[in-house]
Write a protein that binds this ligand. Sequence first.
Ligand code: SAM
Length: 249
Amino acid sequence: MNFHLLTLFPDIIKGYADSSIAAKASESGVISFDIVNIRDYARDKHKNCDDYPFGGGAGMVMKPEPLAGALDAVQAEHVRVIYPTPAGRLFTQHYAEELSRERDIVFICGRYEGIDQRIIDTYVDDEISIGDYVISSGEIAALVIADAVYRLIEGVINAESLAEESFTPGLLEYPQYTRPRDFRGLEVPKVLLSGHHERIREWRLKKSVEKTMQNRPELLETKQVSEEVLHILNDLPHGGINNGYYKGN
Ligand code: SAM
């Protein structure tokens, strides 16, 4: 999969692309980062990429010409063009799975008050929001989306890790522990040291259900839960179906 990131701040992307899992995935050829500096496509001698909004108001807007030039220069046949914006559709794990089947994804990294609407109208396939808040950097939003997407591609990370992560089975992930067994008097739950795979599975599922109930009960409302999860929910002391969190299948 090829990520084409159109940005005014290439160093932010470079720092990410050259580190950790992203760097390994690039080295092995599973993904590539094509970083395009929008300023290279600015036409005037000052390389201006933003201007005042028509109609007045605070801030600046990214001009259409440099963006169009950068978009036209992307070397790919079937691209999906994404503009990360708080005004977009909410990004989810399901959305990430859909995008992981693409070959070439172009991200337009917005700044200031955002980009000229005519670029959205003529080039953009998806406007995606990473959450109901506003950050200053389209680069960070684009990297959040890219990261969630490429780690789903076969060979990037261990398939078993993916299967057990938050959201994959419709629940948040259970608590994780590593060495030492005793940290400041806090001991690792005994069941995890037992080597008994079935008991460990049951414990983790119970903890997943409890955590989901505590932090994101609405996830359980919308999911078809298994009989086993239903039993765990019914056994919870302060919650479960009778307390109105879980509304049934
Ligand atoms: N004026 C815009 C608005 O109110 O919707 C916010 C612009 S924001 C300061 C600058 C850039 O950061 C945006 O163009 C977008 O690329 C990115 N951005 C900010 N918040 C985001 C979010 N929640 N999801 C995706 N991108 C976001």
